[in-house]
Ligand binder design. Structure first.
Ligand code: COA
Ligand code: ZN
Length: 293
């Protein structure tokens, strides 16, 4: 916790999740072209990873039913990643057909949330992932894993750190390059983050763990600070603080990318991201949301 931080000596990867985690929760119907422009503007701002959309069931998440068109239309910058959510083999088929090169598998730390989100037990999600991960590896896709509700679950309450870590461990065992521990409902405190990350680092690689905060409790930046102290190098955020999860009652916005970037830069930590560029992307999207509402 008291590790000395040397200004300018570190670089952090910010994973932009606004086009997916943000837009999946917007009631306004955002035109496909506006989604594509949003992703491109975020990449132009220097965000190295932009989670672009989700190949889930369109009945479950109608907001992202145009994932195929979005991924075909995005002008991809070399060296950047545009992961997409994939829940099952059908999702992977669609993603591969659209030329996707990075995917994210998602499960949960609790049985209750897994059932609410993907209508499966945790074990069933891994049964679905096994062929997906094998195919993804043979296609040389980059693979991220998510552990939803790693801290608190809206249905079953507090989550034991060892339960979340066990699920993260299984995602690494499947071949995930990176695993993100998510505070899906934004209730984690800095003490909770310290407790979970300390347990995680006993068995998981610090440089391949990400933290994903929502800002319900207004503690997201404090939580990032704890993650930094523990040597975590990847943090998720959503431009404009958009989003939440439609299957997690009480989950409002993600930690805003602009706030995260400003927080890191103030500490002399490099991100490679141009804050003004992110702000422009947000302003344009807000215009679209206002006219679509
Ligand atoms: N893409 C498109 N359609 C899909 C699909 C996919 N990846 N997976 C399933 N479907 C379709 C099936 O074809 C079927 O369609 P039909 O009713 O017209 O025959 C329908 O969805 C149901 O399929 P089934 O396999 O029975 O899935 P399910 O109803 O048990 O739902 C999930 C499981 C995972 C597909 C669904 O719950 C889901 O997509 N959840 C996403 C949740 C999410 O994105 N949460 C936000 C992230 S935190
Ligand atoms: Zn989220």
């Amino acid at each position: 916790m008291t590790e000395q931080k040397t200004p300018g000596s570190r670089r952090i990867t910010v994973v932009e999740v606004g086009p997916r985690d943000g837009l999946q929760n917007e009631s306004a119907q955002v035109p496909t072209a506006a989604k594509v422009a949003f992703v491109e503007a975020l990449a132009d701002a220097g965000l190295p990873v932009v989670e672009a959309t989700s190949f889930v069931s369109p009945a479950a998440v109608p907001q992202l039913a145009d994932a195929d068109e979005v991924m075909r239309a995005i002008r991809r910058r070399p060296g950047m990643r545009y992961p997409v959510l994939v829940p099952n083999e059908r999702g992977l088929e669609r993603a591969l057909a659209a030329g996707v090169e990075a995917i994210a598998l998602f499960t949960a730390a609790t049985e209750a949330f897994a059932q609410a989100n993907v209508r499966a037990s945790i074990a069933e999600t891994f049964a679905r992932f096994t062929p997906v991960a094998a195919r993804a590896r043979s296609e040389r896709l980059w693979l991220r894993g998510y552990v939803s509700v790693a801290f608190d679950d809206p249905y079953s309450g507090r989550v034991e750190p060892k339960a979340a870590v066990a699920v993260a461990h299984r995602l690494f065992d499947l071949g995930c390059d990176e695993v993100s521990l998510a505070d899906t409902i934004g209730t984690a405190t800095p003490e909770d983050v310290a407790r979970l990350v300390a347990v995680a680092l006993r068995e998981l690689p610090a440089d391949r763990l990400a933290l994903h905060f929502h800002d319900t409790g207004g503690r997201a930046l404090d939580n990032v600070g704890v993650g930094l102290d523990y040597g975590i190098k990847v943090f998720d955020s959503a431009a404009g603080g958009l989003g939440g999860c439609p299957f997690a009652p009480g989950a409002p916005g993600n930690l805003a990318t602009e706030r995260l970037i400003a927080f890191l830069h103030e500490r002399g930590i490099e991100t490679g991201v141009d804050l003004a560029g992110v702000e422009r992307a947000v302003a344009t999207l807000r215009g679209t949301l206002a006219s679509a509402a």
